[in-house]
Design a protein around this ligand. Structure first.
Ligand SMILES: NC(=O)c1ccc[n+]([C@@H]2O[C@H](COP(=O)([O-])OP(=O)(O)OC[C@H]3O[C@@H](n4cnc5c(N)ncnc54)[C@H](OP(=O)(O)O)[C@@H]3O)[C@@H](O)[C@H]2O)c1
Length: 266
């Protein structure tokens, strides 16, 4: 019996797999399936089993990780529904797909966990928020936690909070990439090489995050600390305020929350 069967080996499925072997599970404890057979090729010479059908994978595994796009979830769930029993824990990372929706297709007794990671799991710096159906045991929760801790940090939230989590940390890297893109471009326009500009921006973002995480004062207090009276940071922040940066960000996050609700499969 395999400890984990992964369905879907795209960006996220592959990142999780790379993070958990061998830290959490051995190669031979995992089986995999993807409709894109090219994605399975790297496993043909490994101890990780490549199964022919979803049903085969489910029948021979304790835990199942669903890492397909939300639009493929219905097909996958229907395909596995005949083979799933209450001994299986089904873990989904599909954005907006609720535990109720999954249970509806799989049947009432299925144990379901839902996790919202972000792409930073691919470098071991992910943020994964987890929520659990009522029939999940402490052991199930610990198992899910161990998988996602191998690729970053984890936290447990109520499922009602998943849309705001999606808007802040799920989509968050996208907002930060946008800011980085602008800063890098400004550096280049003012004569820096692309390489230097990228180096300055990436290290600044990573350093600011490290500082905020290791400091016992809030992000707002840190901002005040780096903003000297009549200095350069103050000059820039003044313009950002004139352009209503705060209002813009608040509206942007609300739009992401609304979109998560629209996409939600209940
Ligand atoms: N990317 C992110 O930043 C992020 C963040 C949080 C959560 N998520 C969630 O993570 C999930 C996976 O995202 P991703 O970016 O890794 O997607 P992806 O790169 O498209 O990977 C999904 C994989 O599943 C395969 N697939 C499609 N239908 C299948 C089926 N019926 N059975 C088995 N495999 C199937 C796809 O093959 P084809 O390409 O041939 O269709 C692809 O190889 C999504 O539900 C997404 O909401 C993603």
């Amino acid at each position: 019996m395999k400890k984990l069967f992964i369905i879907g080996l795209g960006n996220m499925g592959m990142a999780i797999l790379k993070g958990i072997i061998p830290q959490v599970l051995k190669e031979e404890d995992v089986s995999v399936y993807d409709v894109d057979k090219g994605r399975l090729r790297p496993f043909l010479n490994s101890k990780t089993e490549v199964v022919d059908t979803i049903e085969d994978g489910v029948k021979n595994a304790e835990n199942i990780l669903l890492a397909v796009k939300p639009q493929n979830m219905e097909d996958v769930l229907k395909e596995m529904s005949g083979a799933v029993s209450e001994r299986n824990l089904v873990i989904s990372i599909a954005a907006g797909v609720t535990t109720n929706y999954i249970k509806k297709i799989l049947g009432g007794n299925a144990k379901v966990a839902r996790v919202m990671p972000n792409l930073c799991i691919s470098v071991g710096k992910g943020t994964s928020a987890c929520c659990f159906g009522s029939n999940c045991s402490d052991e199930d929760k610990q198992f899910v936690d161990s998988l996602f801790k191998a690729v970053g940090i984890t936290l447990s939230v109520d499922e009602s909070k998943m849309d705001i989590v999606t808007a802040i940390s799920g989509s968050g890297p996208g907002y930060l990439f946008k800011i980085m893109e602008i800063l890098i471009d400004m550096g280049k326009k003012e004569g820096l090489s692309e390489e230097d500009s990228e180096k300055l921006v990436y290290q600044t973002v990573s350093g600011a995050a490290a500082l905020a995480m290791n400091s016992n004062i809030s992000a707002g207090a840190l901002r005040e600390k780096v903003t000297s009276k009549a200095g350069t940071t103050e000059a820039a922040l003044k313009i950002m305020d004139e352009y209503r940066i705060e209002e813009m960000f608040r509206e942007a996050i609300k739009a992401a929350v609304n979109r998560a609700k629209e996409l939600s499969k209940e």
